[in-house]
Design a protein. Sequence first.
Length: 252
Amino acid sequence: MDRVALAVLAHPDDAEFLCAGTLIRLRREQGWSIHIASMTAGDCGTVEHPPDEIARIRRGEAQAAANRIGATYHCLEERDLRVIYHEAVLEKTVRLLNAVRPQIVFTHSPDDYHLDHEQTSKIVRAATFAAPVPNFLYGRHVHPPLEHIPYLYYCDPLEGKDAFGQPIRPGFWIDISGVIEEKAAMLACHESQRAWLRKHHGVDNLVESMKSWAGSQGHAAGVPYAEGFRQHLGHSYPQNNLLAELLRPARS
């Protein structure tokens, strides 16, 4: 059986910022198939282009980033700042899970600076629970339900804090020191975001900001660069930490 990891994040560059190093390691060291999905095509991420044009550009950038590591890119075609937990988007996400059939799923922290991130986290959490349920899409299945609930991991929130500025500590870190340059190259594919982030977020260099954050997490973990995660351990979810077993976590 093919071993598959799926990252479902809100916007086209979120996976590259938050978990691409771990995805690269799963691909290179363990031979896993990697799928990267964004909830939106990033239609608001510009001061230069109308929504349809920037969405076209950003889909292409996300595809180019995924291609660098032999991953598959998907877009669920929601709209920036309008990602809301509702029936239609939950069904789309369940259909994606049933098509891709992942054993490991990554998504945003439940607490984050951006409501698109938080809503995506809720949608993905619900979808991992619903994807194995035969009656959820009763009579409308394109692909069979999953055999069981996949492992679910939450990436670090941006800057490692909640909306009140309180720190959110990872449950464990994955050492990405050996793949930091490839992670940076994936993120650099998102060229359209440089001007936007400088204007709206006050971030002048996206790649260097990522490296700075990965370096701070690496310092906490005792390695040069790291990505932090928490595992969803609610009732009926897998209880062993498969990601840590595969990639041997840095200090936790």
